[in-house]
Design a binder for this molecule. Structure first.
Ligand code: ARG
Length: 561
């Protein structure tokens, strides 16, 4: 039981208020000297017709508990100061007993499809897709820890008018050998060239549209090329997912829904929601909004229609309790349309659909755009991060055994952590040197702190000393500050899962790492006195929580680096 719950129980034994209300009333005193929790007596003053300061005194006089060093009235508040020894011993023994299950809880259950990553084939995966991948993955791990069953879906952008353009471009300038050698790079080159040429020769656009129409009509040549582009692209993407250590439960992309759109269009018609506007089929979105387009004037289908079919398909397949779309902020309007149309169709489950947006990554302050060829190649970014990590390891720990693996975990982990440490809707600039630093608010800093804890434990084992809480206990302020942070982990997991916000966990990991490093700097851990085992318990508990926090972010925690 956490200490706040204990405060609630104590107060409830004295006052006539429901526990939930007491829990909501409890505050943190302005400064730590005054205690760790405060119960304000104002609420009771009206019903008891007494001065709140007097009420606070009466409550405090009745309460004693081994869990609190001090329970006293200060003005209208009852202040509670946690018994340091109790908090440290309880927290550490809980963490050591539960190991990586510390923080597990049951906040819900049922399937939660997470639409994430979803890059577009024949184009390099962008930094935006990287964000979606790592944010989605962390949300999935966190939801699992609180009881849900996440289903990671890669809704590949493998369909749409751009594939008409790509086929047309390939027919003009393409070469089979080149595509085989470096698929994405070359397909992308054709695509960029198409856009350049189309500015001079607008008739190319018509040609592209015609190829897309052929593709939709099942023309064998168009289908064969499209399938080939899809296969080689997916292979390339999977390489990046493998580097990131991320797997998907489904790769059903947009094309999968081709034959599932007509039933949706028919249903919209039946329900009287569809009408014609300038040759296109649209659904009204309300007074001041533009209508949502469902079928284009040339009869071809679009993104929104495929998403409608996908949402309905997922409901039928997974009977989800919530569904998330981890997609950039710039598509916010699309998801408003998606939910609105589903609601109009009478699907109340649309209320449990959440667009989980995130901000842009810029480089040197500039927006990255695939269309203009101003693009970062992700495999390159990851490779560069790994070699930067490798350089630092060579400098710091040249004798390290499995350097390649550690450099990989640190380099890739640095990129992931950097992506997750800010509130996800914030934009940020990507500077690799910054990202892979071993000091500062970085992934490598957290990993390094964990490796430091592991190194202490190895040295202790060599002295035949193990972590244990059986004998003496510690209660110094440095240890208290670490233990108090560790005790917070379950609440942090709950908050992160509730807000679909991995940064809550990343910021927490940085906080624990900083507090532990203060402990490490101020307390001699490996002195063989009576308290050494308790100190080692603190070290081990810290490593367990840091490792688990990193795991929830999708970052490995090497034991040595
Ligand atoms: N492929 C799209 C893009 O790159 C993202 C797809 C997001 N998911 C969805 N169901 N619309 O912009």
């Amino acid at each position: 039981m956490n200490f706040k719950d204990k405060v609630v129980d104590l107060v409830a034994s004295q006052v006539d208020l429901p526990k939930e209300q007491i829990s909501q009333l409890i505050e943190r005193p302005k400064n730590e000297q005054m205690g760790d929790y405060a119960f304000p007596a104002f609420t009771l003053a009206k019903t008891l017709h007494k001065n709140p300061a007097l009420i606070a005194q009466e409550i405090a006089a009745e309460l004693t508990s081994v869990d609190f060093a001090k329970i006293e009235a200060v003005g209208p508040y009852v202040n509670f100061a946690i018994n340091h020894q109790k908090l440290i011993s309880q927290t550490l023994s809980e963490v050591l007993a539960q190991q990586n299950h510390f923080g597990d809880q049951k906040l819900g259950e049922g399937n939660v499809p997470i639409d994430m990553s979803s890059p577009n084939i024949a184009k390099p995966m962008s930094m935006g897709h990287l964000r979606s991948t790592v944010i989605g993955n962390s949300i999935a791990e966190t939801l699992k820890k609180v009881g849900y069953t996440p289903i990671k879906i890669n809704h590949l952008g493998d369909y749409g008018t751009q594939f008409g353009k790509l086929i047309s471009a390939y027919k003009h300038w393409g070469n089979e050998e080149d595509v085989k050698k470096d698929p994405i790079m070359n397909l992308f080159k054709y695509y960029v060239k198409f856009h350049e040429e189309a500015e001079k020769h607008p008739e190319l656009e018509d040609e592209g549209r015609a190829w897309f129409k052929k593709l939709e009509d099942g023309d064998p040549e168009a289908v064969k090329l499209w399938q080939w582009f899809r296969d080689v692209s997916l292979e390339d993407f999977k390489r990046i997912y493998h580097e990131l250590g991320i797997e998907f439960d489904s790769y059903k992309g947009e094309a999968f829904f081709n034959d599932k759109m007509q039933p949706v269009i028919d249903e919209l018609k039946e329900k009287g929601l569809l009408h014609e506007s300038r040759g296109a089929q649209v659904v009204d979105m309300g007074e001041d909004e533009n209508p949502a387009m469902i079928v284009k004037s040339d009869g071809t289908s679009i993104y929104l229609t495929r998403d409608l079919a996908a949402a309905i398909y997922r409901m039928k397949t997974y009977h989800f309790v919530k569904m998330l779309y981890v997609v950039g902020n710039e598509q916010a309007h699309h998801f408003v349309e998606l939910k609105t149309v589903l609601k109009k169709m009478g699907y109340d489950w649309a209320d449990e659909i959440y667009h989980v947006p995130f901000g842009l990554i810029t480089q040197n302050g500039k927006k990255l755009s695939t269309r203009k060829g101003n693009v970062v190649f992700l495999d390159q970014v990851l490779q560069d991060a790994v070699s930067l990590a490798r350089k630092q390891i060579d400098a710091k720990n040249p004798a390290l055994a499995n350097k390649d693996q550690v450099a990989h975990d640190v380099g890739v982990g640095a990129v992931i952590f950097h992506d997750l440490k800010n509130d996800r809707v914030e934009n940020f600039d990507f500077d690799l040197d910054e990202v892979v630093r071993f000091e500062g608010d970085t992934g490598p800093y957290v990993q390094y702190t964990n490796a430091r804890a592991q190194s202490v434990l190895r040295k202790a084992a060599a002295l035949n000393e193990q972590p244990s809480l059986d004998a003496q206990i510690i209660d110094d302020d440095w240890a208290f500050s670490v233990a108090k942070a560790l005790a917070d982990f379950p609440r942090i997991v709950a908050r992160s899962s509730d807000k679909f916000e991995p940064s809550v966990i990343a910021k927490y990991a940085l906080d624990v790492a900083k507090k532990f490093n203060k402990y490490y700097a101020n307390v001699k851990i490996l002195v063989e006195d009576k308290q050494i085992n308790a100190r080692l318990a603190l070290v081990q508990a810290t490593s367990i929580v840091l490792t688990e926090a990193l795991r929830l972010l999708g970052v490995n925690a090497p034991k040595e680096m």
